[in-house]
Design a protein around this ligand. Structure first.
Ligand code: ADP
Length: 517
């Protein structure tokens, strides 16, 4: 049985809390309170009237008090129901007003209107300027900063040792200063390592290169299926070169508000410039670097702006400074051409699914961390054909867990074999009830597969037959393990494969005289 590469990447994206949304809601609430709720508590209502009404009320002797204040006239008067009410109206340039008020009658005890004018208070400019312009700005800044702090930090990458907090825009950008990962931790991928060694060398002794006038590629694109160690090898470059490592995922640039992503890019490059020489690693660059021309009707403004900013920054910074950008993607064909132009990500480092030797090496790397007893590396590497490095890491961990469950203190070959099956076919379904008759049918079915496979000359040998049901739905299966690595499949081998697959059903027919699902 061949293994299908599985995507085991855990989707650990936490639900996002957007500070700006909270801010917006707060503003709307305050506005609603202001217009709808507060006036209800304000006591007397002030009625708006026009100047003519005010004058006629004065003439009719209804007005008690008048206050002229910065272009508005507030006055109280007796209305039709003989109760006192407050009014306001705009002040008009009326030279006769004072005479009129002096002459008019009033319901006051004195019979005269009480009138005053409020002298506008003139603050000194020393107080005025900060009060009016600086303070509100400062206030907004503080609120904004407070909100940013409340955002959970999603940018810290991996095994965070000695993390330095940096960054001004939005969230913090972390640079890890002491990466312990080295090329020795990345098994196989020799071509990729070769391509990256030059970058490591450049970061070590930039002088050797600049003396000749050579400048290194500013960016390299790591291309390969998920779980082939792109992130790991990028960290290893930083670890080998002993430079800080900035890690960010492309999707983190794409924010709700247009312009935020671009600001983040600007910030990232600024911080990186200060820490140079260093490595910037952008995971999933396709999240921002998608081709721009093929979107009908508008497209994503934010993404485009972010991409443009990234392009500008890459053009802008001086390669001699020693900031190297590594970006990872598993869909290079979807990237914008502008990103791949010389002077940008002009190097492409291909990461492959590991071959037999590569898988052996990856097992070795990961078995270093767990106690194990004479594990047959060759066997387990052959059984995991088509698996990625991440899957192998997962298998080794499953094996260690199984060893613990079994009460042993070291991982054995059988632990790994079992966890290969767990990763490929799912866990054993111990509780599933299968009748004896069904078990018999399943057993003959699997033996049918196995016999046909065993009789063929050009097929992988049968390694294991099982009728233990698995969570993937399989009731049993026959596992064939290739002796070596295979890159091509002949016509005969394909026919063999088909024959093997039909062997199960044929066996049911021969033995049970019937066929089942
Ligand atoms: P990618 O970024 O390509 O999706 P990662 O670098 O995140 O993959 O790899 C995930 C995990 O898989 C790593 O943490 C590592 O444990 C394991 N791994 C993948 N490739 C290798 C390799 N070549 N050597 C050792 N471990 C590997």
């Amino acid at each position: 049985m061949k293994t299908e590469p599985q995507n085991n990447e855990a989707g650990t994206e936490k639900p996002r809390y957007n500070p700006y949304l909270g801010f917006l809601i707060a503003i709307v609430i305050v506005m609603l309170l202001n217009t709808l709720v507060f006036p209800l508590f304000m006591g007397d209502k002030v009625v708006n009237t026009d100047y003519g009404t005010f004058i006629s009320m004065v003439d009719e002797g209804k007005v008690k008090k008048v206050n002229i204040n910065e272009g508005r006239i507030y006055f109280s008067a007796i209305d039709k129901d003989n109760t006192e009410a407050s009014y306001q109206t705009g002040a008009v340039n009326d030279p006769d007003l004072v005479d009129r008020l002096l002459m008019a009658e009033s319901p006051n005890e004195t019979g005269k209107i009480v009138f005053t004018k409020t002298v506008p208070r003139q603050n000194s400019p020393v107080i005025n300027v900060p009060l009016r312009s600086v303070l509100p700005g400062r206030l907004f800044y503080l609120i904004g900063r407070k909100m940013r702090r409340m955002v959970p930090n999603r940018m810290a990458g991996g095994e965070g040792d000695n993390v330095m907090a940096l960054g001004k825009s939005g969230e913090k950008i972390y640079a890890e200063s002491e990466i312990k990962t080295t090329f020795a931790d990345v098994a196989g991928q020799d071509e990729a390592k070769e391509g990256l060694t030059e970058i490591v060398d450049f970061l070590h002794n930039p002088d050797t290169y600049t003396r000749i006038g050579a400048s290194l590629p500013k960016g390299a694109l790591l291309v390969g299926p998920p779980g082939t160690g792109k992130t790991r090898i990028a960290r290893a470059v930083a670890g080998e070169a002993k430079v800080p490592f900035f890690s960010i995922s492309g999707s983190e640039f794409v924010q709700m508000f247009v312009g935020m992503g671009a600001a983040k890019v600007r910030d990232l490059f600024k911080q990186a410039g200060e820490k140079a020489p260093c490595i910037i690693f952008i995971d999933e660059i396709d999240a921002i670097g998608k081709r721009r021309d093929n979107s009908l009707g508008g497209g994503n403004d934010e993404r485009e702006q972010t991409l443009n900013q990234l392009l500008t920054e890459m053009d802008g910074f001086d390669a001699k400074k020693g900031v190297v950008i590594l970006a990872a993607t598993n869909r290079p064909e979807s990237l914008d051409k502008a990103l791949l132009r010389p002077g940008r990500f002009d190097r492409r480092i291909q990461m492959e699914l590991p071959d037999l030797q590569g898988r052996k090496d990856i097992f070795e790397v990961h078995l270093r961390k767990v106690k194990h007893e004479d594990v047959n590396l060759d066997l387990v590497a052959r059984a995991t054909s088509g698996s990625s490095g991440a899957e192998i890491a997962n298998i080794v961990n499953e094996a260690a867990l199984r060893a613990v469950r079994m009460g042993r203190d070291a991982v054995t070959t059988s632990d790994i074999e079992e966890s290969v099956e767990v990763v490929i076919a799912g866990a054993q379904k111990k509780g599933k009830v299968i009748s004896d008759n069904e078990k018999r049918i399943i057993a003959y079915h699997e033996i049918g597969h196995a016999m046909v496979a065993a009789k063929q000359s050009d097929s992988a040998p049968v390694h294991k037959i099982t009728i233990i049901p698995r969570t993937s739905g399989a009731l049993g299966y026959t596992m064939q393990v290739d002796a070596g690595e295979q890159n091509l499949m002949s016509r005969q081998e394909m026919l063999n494969r088909i024959a093997t697959l039909t062997g199960g059903r044929a066996a049911e027919e021969v033995i049970c005289k019937t066929v089942t699902t």
